[in-house]
Design a protein around this ligand. Structure first.
Ligand code: URP
Ligand code: ZN
Ligand code: ZN
Length: 462
């Protein structure tokens, strides 16, 4: 199959230019002005942007968590991602304590296989790392799992101590992988949470109030110090506050390879959402929590100045009915996580490009190119170049739409962004040269998405 996309404005992290893009099988074969090539299908993209497909490096599909399982699996989650212009994601396999990472990898491959509709990679969450298992990390790198997430939060569940983090970072200093840190001081938060509950404060707002920004700033600082001592780069996930951002900025000013992502929820929502009546605040319970509104401007500024390099979603959906409701009488029982995989490009385009906070090139860089570089997918993915996978989106910058659970494709009964009016959306989405979404219709199929092996010594290594 060959496709010729004519007259579109090609937008990469560097360039904007009007050109035709010719796709042969699964790759981009030729880019040029007014190409005279015969193709099986010709698409006129005049007035539209032609961008590399979005890459969401932080999702939790089919993940057991908080006594339940996230409501999107690899089929429904990747389909929703595709509708929003995301053509590759990186999900998290979780090593169960006392087991080999390979067991988790096998389990997550099974979750993805026959279900994924777009390509996907995996990070490995390390929950326990005796010296005898350090070699497991090299084993993962050989399998293309070149990043590891460790938690400074969720004591008794996922949290590991500083020695474990340091050992994991030292291992990545040898094997070229990247440690991703959930940075919140879990031990201190645990003390605050127990006191809060003892005072009879059980509503969703107390989730936010018991996780201060200082607990995030302290953990980010510690994570960076540990990485510095280990001689490895570090990537802070779902950064939510100015306190945390300042720690990243200070380290970067010193030339330390510290990187961070934020997520749309921290750019568009605030702690006030946790106070919504009728327990609706539970829809906004995730960690780190939503912050006071003023942090949003600081995060946008961080995106502009490159102290934040990536926008991911941390998509971890739980339905309000029966899942979020598990915590009606106790906010600690509300499963932590929110849905967003479908809306990342729309929100960043509308809040970033349309509101003149970001250029279109910076938008592409944040949602596709840097994620690909940081996580070992570039230049296979994350750009429009001859030889790259034809993971592409024809983006209509003028179409308007209202985000709503009534019309979204995520398998979850609410939207965190219900009623948001956005301008700009994916019109046609190609994954490895196949049209999988066209004008609101899904044309892909479950199982067509491949597991992608990622390179080590990727962008974080300079
Ligand atoms: O609340 C969240 N963020 N749930 C997903 C797990 C995590 O910490 O990323
Ligand atoms: Zn996390
Ligand atoms: Zn997460």
């Amino acid at each position: 199959m060959s496709i010729l996309i004519k007259n579109g404005t090609v937008i990469t992290a560097q360039d904007n230019y009007v050109a035709d893009v010719y796709i042969e099988k699964d790759r981009i074969a030729t880019i040029g002005a007014d190409l005279k090539i015969t193709a099986d299908k010709v698409i006129d993209a005049k007035g539209k942007y032609v961008i590399p497909g979005g890459i969401d490096v932080h999702t939790h599909l089919d993940m057991p968590f908080g006594g339940t399982t996230s409501s999107d699996d690899f089929e429904t989650g990747t389909r929703a991602a595709a509708f929003g212009g995301t053509t590759c994601l990186i999900d998290f396999a979780i090593q169960a304590k006392g087991t080999k990472m390979r067991d988790a990898l096998d389990l997550w491959w099974k979750k993805g296989e026959n279900r994924a509709t777009i390509d996907y990679g995996l990070h490995m969450i390390i929950t326990d790392l005796p010296d005898a298992h350090l070699e497991d990390m090299n084993d993962m790198v050989r399998e293309g799992v070149t990043s590891f997430k460790l938690f400074m939060a969720y004591p008794g569940v996922l949290m590991v101590d500083d020695a474990t983090i340091f050992k994991a970072m030292r291992q990545t200093a040898q094997n070229g992988a990247l440690v991703c840190m959930h940075a919140e001081n879990g031990s201190v938060i645990d003390v605050i949470v127990r006191k809060t509950l003892a005072e009879g404060k059980t509503a969703p707002i107390y989730h936010g109030l018991s996780r201060p920004t200082t607990a995030e700033g302290e953990a980010v600082n510690r994570a960076i110090a540990l990485a510095e001592m280990a001689g490895a780069p570090v990537y802070i996930v779902h950064l939510s506050s100015n306190d945390a951002l300042q720690k990243v900025a200070e380290a970067r000013d010193r030339g330390i390879p510290a990187y961070a992502e934020t997520c749309p929820q921290y750019l568009f929502l605030s702690i006030e959402d946790l106070e919504r009546p009728n327990f609706e605040g539970a829809k906004y319970v995730f960690t780190p929590p939503l912050r006071e509104k003023w942090h949003q401007d600081k995060l946008w500024e961080g995106l502009r100045t490159n102290n934040l390099q990536v926008v991911s979603t941390d998509h971890c959906p739980f339905c309000f009915k029966e899942q979020k409701e598990m915590g009606r009488d106790d906010f600690t029982k509300i499963p932590n996580g929110g849905p967003g995989i479908e809306n990342r490009l729309q929100l960043l385009f509308d809040g970033g490009v349309n509101k003149k906070r970001l250029s279109v090139n910076r938008w592409v860089e944040l949602v596709s190119t840097t994620p690909a570089k940081m996580f070992g997918l570039f230049p296979r993915k994350g750009t429009i170049a001859v030889g790259s996978d034809a993971d592409m989106v024809i983006w209509d910058p003028n179409v308007e739409h209202v985000i709503s659970a009534q019309t979204h494709h995520m398998r979850v009964d609410y939207s965190m962004f219900e009623g948001f009016k956005v301008k700009g959306n994916a019109e046609t989405v190609l994954s490895r040269g196949e049209i999988i979404v066209d004008k609101g219709k899904f044309l892909g199929k479950a199982g067509r998405g491949h597991f992608v092996k990622r390179d080590s010594y990727a962008g974080a290594w300079g």
